[in-house]
Write a protein of this length. Structure first.
Length: 215
Protein backbone atom coordinates (compact mmCIF):
# COMPACT_ATOMS: atom_id res chain seq x y z
CA UNK A 1 0.00 0.00 0.00
CA UNK A 2 2.73 2.59 0.74
CA UNK A 3 4.45 1.65 -2.54
CA UNK A 4 1.20 1.94 -4.48
CA UNK A 5 0.40 5.33 -2.97
CA UNK A 6 3.99 6.44 -3.51
CA UNK A 7 3.77 5.55 -7.21
CA UNK A 8 0.65 7.70 -7.57
CA UNK A 9 2.11 10.58 -5.54
CA UNK A 10 5.51 10.70 -7.25
CA UNK A 11 4.48 12.55 -10.45
CA UNK A 12 2.30 14.95 -8.45
CA UNK A 13 5.12 15.70 -6.03
CA UNK A 14 7.51 16.32 -8.93
CA UNK A 15 5.06 18.68 -10.64
CA UNK A 16 4.22 20.64 -7.49
CA UNK A 17 7.89 20.88 -6.49
CA UNK A 18 8.43 23.00 -9.57
CA UNK A 19 5.09 24.80 -9.83
CA UNK A 20 3.47 25.13 -6.38
CA UNK A 21 5.18 24.36 -3.06
CA UNK A 22 1.93 24.92 -1.13
CA UNK A 23 0.14 22.23 -3.13
CA UNK A 24 3.17 20.00 -2.59
CA UNK A 25 2.83 20.36 1.18
CA UNK A 26 -0.91 19.65 1.09
CA UNK A 27 -0.47 16.58 -1.13
CA UNK A 28 2.19 15.25 1.26
CA UNK A 29 -0.03 15.82 4.29
CA UNK A 30 -2.98 14.07 2.66
CA UNK A 31 -0.79 11.11 1.69
CA UNK A 32 0.36 10.79 5.29
CA UNK A 33 -3.22 11.06 6.55
CA UNK A 34 -4.57 8.31 4.29
CA UNK A 35 -1.78 5.91 5.22
CA UNK A 36 -2.31 6.63 8.92
CA UNK A 37 -6.00 5.87 8.48
CA UNK A 38 -5.07 2.47 7.09
CA UNK A 39 -2.12 1.42 9.24
CA UNK A 40 -3.26 2.41 12.75
CA UNK A 41 -6.27 0.06 12.92
CA UNK A 42 -4.22 -2.75 11.33
CA UNK A 43 -1.37 -2.35 13.82
CA UNK A 44 -3.57 -1.99 16.90
CA UNK A 45 -6.04 -4.67 15.84
CA UNK A 46 -3.40 -7.30 15.10
CA UNK A 47 -1.43 -6.24 18.17
CA UNK A 48 -4.45 -6.84 20.41
CA UNK A 49 -5.39 -10.12 18.71
CA UNK A 50 -1.84 -11.40 18.14
CA UNK A 51 -2.19 -14.28 20.60
CA UNK A 52 -5.45 -15.53 19.10
CA UNK A 53 -4.20 -15.13 15.53
CA UNK A 54 -1.02 -17.10 16.19
CA UNK A 55 -2.79 -19.87 18.13
CA UNK A 56 -5.51 -20.20 15.49
CA UNK A 57 -3.23 -20.23 12.45
CA UNK A 58 -0.07 -21.89 13.78
CA UNK A 59 -1.03 -23.63 17.06
CA UNK A 60 0.66 -23.62 20.47
CA UNK A 61 4.18 -24.40 19.26
CA UNK A 62 4.40 -20.90 17.75
CA UNK A 63 3.32 -19.05 20.88
CA UNK A 64 6.75 -17.39 21.11
CA UNK A 65 6.01 -15.50 17.89
CA UNK A 66 3.29 -13.39 19.55
CA UNK A 67 5.67 -10.76 20.95
CA UNK A 68 7.68 -10.42 17.70
CA UNK A 69 4.39 -10.00 15.81
CA UNK A 70 3.31 -7.21 18.17
CA UNK A 71 6.69 -5.49 17.78
CA UNK A 72 6.41 -5.74 14.00
CA UNK A 73 2.97 -4.11 14.15
CA UNK A 74 4.57 -1.05 15.73
CA UNK A 75 7.24 -1.23 13.05
CA UNK A 76 4.51 -1.38 10.40
CA UNK A 77 3.30 2.10 11.41
CA UNK A 78 6.70 3.63 10.64
CA UNK A 79 7.03 1.54 7.48
CA UNK A 80 3.78 3.03 6.16
CA UNK A 81 4.60 6.59 7.22
CA UNK A 82 8.06 6.46 5.66
CA UNK A 83 6.42 5.87 2.26
CA UNK A 84 5.34 9.48 1.51
CA UNK A 85 8.53 10.79 3.12
CA UNK A 86 10.76 8.69 0.85
CA UNK A 87 8.64 9.57 -2.17
CA UNK A 88 8.89 13.27 -1.38
CA UNK A 89 12.68 13.11 -1.16
CA UNK A 90 13.04 11.13 -4.39
CA UNK A 91 10.56 13.28 -6.31
CA UNK A 92 12.03 16.61 -5.19
CA UNK A 93 15.67 16.23 -6.18
CA UNK A 94 16.80 14.72 -2.85
CA UNK A 95 17.70 11.27 -4.20
CA UNK A 96 21.19 11.41 -2.71
CA UNK A 97 19.72 12.24 0.70
CA UNK A 98 17.27 9.33 0.50
CA UNK A 99 19.98 6.91 -0.65
CA UNK A 100 22.24 8.03 2.19
CA UNK A 101 19.43 7.45 4.71
CA UNK A 102 18.79 3.96 3.35
CA UNK A 103 22.51 3.14 3.46
CA UNK A 104 22.88 4.37 7.03
CA UNK A 105 19.79 2.48 8.20
CA UNK A 106 20.94 -0.70 6.42
CA UNK A 107 24.25 -0.60 8.30
CA UNK A 108 22.42 0.15 11.56
CA UNK A 109 20.03 -2.74 10.99
CA UNK A 110 22.85 -5.19 10.28
CA UNK A 111 24.67 -4.05 13.43
CA UNK A 112 21.54 -4.40 15.56
CA UNK A 113 20.85 -7.87 14.18
CA UNK A 114 24.39 -8.97 15.05
CA UNK A 115 24.01 -7.61 18.57
CA UNK A 116 20.40 -8.54 19.32
CA UNK A 117 19.68 -11.86 17.60
CA UNK A 118 22.20 -13.98 19.57
CA UNK A 119 20.73 -12.68 22.83
CA UNK A 120 17.01 -12.21 22.05
CA UNK A 121 16.49 -14.43 18.99
CA UNK A 122 13.47 -13.46 16.87
CA UNK A 123 12.48 -10.69 19.30
CA UNK A 124 15.87 -9.13 18.59
CA UNK A 125 15.30 -9.35 14.84
CA UNK A 126 11.85 -7.74 15.17
CA UNK A 127 13.28 -4.99 17.38
CA UNK A 128 16.01 -4.28 14.83
CA UNK A 129 13.36 -3.97 12.12
CA UNK A 130 11.40 -1.55 14.33
CA UNK A 131 14.44 0.66 14.87
CA UNK A 132 15.28 0.57 11.17
CA UNK A 133 11.81 1.61 10.02
CA UNK A 134 11.64 4.32 12.66
CA UNK A 135 14.97 5.77 11.53
CA UNK A 136 13.97 5.80 7.86
CA UNK A 137 10.85 7.75 8.77
CA UNK A 138 12.36 10.07 11.40
CA UNK A 139 15.50 11.04 9.46
CA UNK A 140 13.57 11.47 6.21
CA UNK A 141 10.91 13.57 7.94
CA UNK A 142 13.65 15.82 9.32
CA UNK A 143 14.50 16.87 5.76
CA UNK A 144 10.92 17.57 4.62
CA UNK A 145 10.83 21.22 5.85
CA UNK A 146 13.85 21.88 3.64
CA UNK A 147 11.69 21.00 0.62
CA UNK A 148 8.33 22.58 1.48
CA UNK A 149 6.50 24.06 4.46
CA UNK A 150 4.77 21.08 6.03
CA UNK A 151 2.10 21.76 8.66
CA UNK A 152 3.47 19.77 11.60
CA UNK A 153 0.50 20.95 13.68
CA UNK A 154 -1.96 19.44 11.18
CA UNK A 155 -0.08 16.13 11.08
CA UNK A 156 0.19 15.97 14.87
CA UNK A 157 -3.54 16.66 15.24
CA UNK A 158 -4.28 13.97 12.64
CA UNK A 159 -2.11 11.45 14.49
CA UNK A 160 -3.99 12.16 17.73
CA UNK A 161 -7.41 11.84 16.05
CA UNK A 162 -6.56 8.57 14.31
CA UNK A 163 -4.73 7.13 17.33
CA UNK A 164 -7.78 7.90 19.48
CA UNK A 165 -10.11 6.26 16.94
CA UNK A 166 -7.91 3.18 16.64
CA UNK A 167 -7.39 3.07 20.41
CA UNK A 168 -11.13 2.98 21.10
CA UNK A 169 -11.45 0.28 18.44
CA UNK A 170 -8.65 -1.67 20.13
CA UNK A 171 -10.38 -1.54 23.52
CA UNK A 172 -13.65 -2.75 22.01
CA UNK A 173 -11.88 -5.52 20.10
CA UNK A 174 -10.10 -6.64 23.28
CA UNK A 175 -13.32 -6.77 25.29
CA UNK A 176 -15.31 -8.60 22.61
CA UNK A 177 -12.46 -11.04 22.10
CA UNK A 178 -12.73 -12.03 25.75
CA UNK A 179 -16.37 -12.96 25.25
CA UNK A 180 -16.53 -14.23 21.68
CA UNK A 181 -14.60 -15.31 18.59
CA UNK A 182 -11.82 -13.00 17.41
CA UNK A 183 -13.38 -12.87 13.93
CA UNK A 184 -16.47 -11.24 15.45
CA UNK A 185 -14.18 -8.88 17.35
CA UNK A 186 -12.55 -7.84 14.06
CA UNK A 187 -15.89 -7.18 12.38
CA UNK A 188 -17.23 -5.12 15.28
CA UNK A 189 -13.91 -3.32 15.57
CA UNK A 190 -14.13 -2.30 11.92
CA UNK A 191 -17.54 -0.75 12.48
CA UNK A 192 -16.34 1.05 15.61
CA UNK A 193 -13.28 2.44 13.84
CA UNK A 194 -15.33 3.76 10.91
CA UNK A 195 -17.67 5.47 13.37
CA UNK A 196 -14.80 6.94 15.39
CA UNK A 197 -13.03 8.55 12.41
CA UNK A 198 -16.24 10.48 11.74
CA UNK A 199 -16.79 11.31 15.41
CA UNK A 200 -13.24 12.67 15.76
CA UNK A 201 -13.71 14.45 12.40
CA UNK A 202 -10.51 13.09 10.92
CA UNK A 203 -12.80 12.06 8.06
CA UNK A 204 -15.81 14.21 7.19
CA UNK A 205 -18.78 13.74 4.91
CA UNK A 206 -17.36 16.48 2.66
CA UNK A 207 -14.20 14.39 2.19
CA UNK A 208 -16.27 11.48 0.87
CA UNK A 209 -18.16 13.80 -1.43
CA UNK A 210 -14.93 15.29 -2.76
CA UNK A 211 -13.59 11.82 -3.51
CA UNK A 212 -16.76 11.01 -5.45
CA UNK A 213 -16.47 14.23 -7.43
CA UNK A 214 -12.83 13.53 -8.32
CA UNK A 215 -13.67 10.00 -9.40
Amino acid sequence: LPLALGASLFPRFSEYFVSDKQKLARAFEQGMKYLMLIVFPIAIGIGVLAHNIVITLYKEQYINSVLPLQILMVSLVFLFLSGPVSTLLNACDRQVTQTSIIGFVALTNITLNILLIPRFNVVGAASAALVGNFLIFAIGYYFTPKITQISHKYLFKTVLQIALSAGVMGLVVYQINQLSNFIIAILVGGVIYCAMVFITRVVRVEDIRNLKIKN
